[in-house]
Design a protein around this ligand. Structure first.
Ligand code: SF4
Ligand code: SF4
Length: 137
């Protein structure tokens, strides 16, 4: 008599992946809430360019074709940037939100929030960047 053993690592891997995703979604939400905000120069997008984001952030962005990605990259740009600025502003990745809030990413026009980002929070965000598989937006 044959006995068949059907291994189930995929199911448990998928479950782990889902748990990690939920955990990371919560982290992204937390970081978004706590990164200080400030008013940019209206219409300015001088800090936009090719940026990386986690799968959790990517899942909230509209998909872009390979051609759109290639064109943006050839111009050292972001595929979500249009004539009137960022087309995904409310869902823009963490790195876009960090710009201007830390000495590492200073706004070239001197814009900044009243208080720069808490260094501890910045460290946590950097840790998140290191731990997640980030892809080009
Ligand atoms: S942070 Fe500075 S460079 Fe970036 S959009 Fe705002 S004003 Fe422009
Ligand atoms: S996602 Fe928006 S804010 Fe970020 S680089 Fe692209 S266009 Fe700029």
């Amino acid at each position: 008599m044959h006995s068949f053993f059907i291994p189930m690592p995929l199911a448990s891997d998928a479950a782990k992946e889902r748990t990690l995703m939920t955990h990371n979604v919560k982290k992204v939400r937390f970081f978004r809430r706590h990164i200080p905000q400030f008013a940019c120069i209206p219409g300015c997008h001088d800090c936009c360019g090719p940026v990386m984001a986690s799968p959790e952030e990517m899942s909230r962005l509209p998909e872009k074709s390979e051609a759109e990605h290639a064109e943006a990259l050839a111009n050292w740009n972001c595929p979500h940037l249009a004539d009137n600025g960022c087309t995904v502003y409310d869902e823009r990745p963490l790195v876009c939100r960090l710009f201007g809030t830390t000495a590492r990413l200073l706004c070239p026009h001197g814009r900044h929030p009243e208080m720069m980002i808490d260094p501890e929070l910045e460290k946590r965000i950097e840790g998140f960047f290191r731990q997640t598989r980030r892809v080009l937006v």
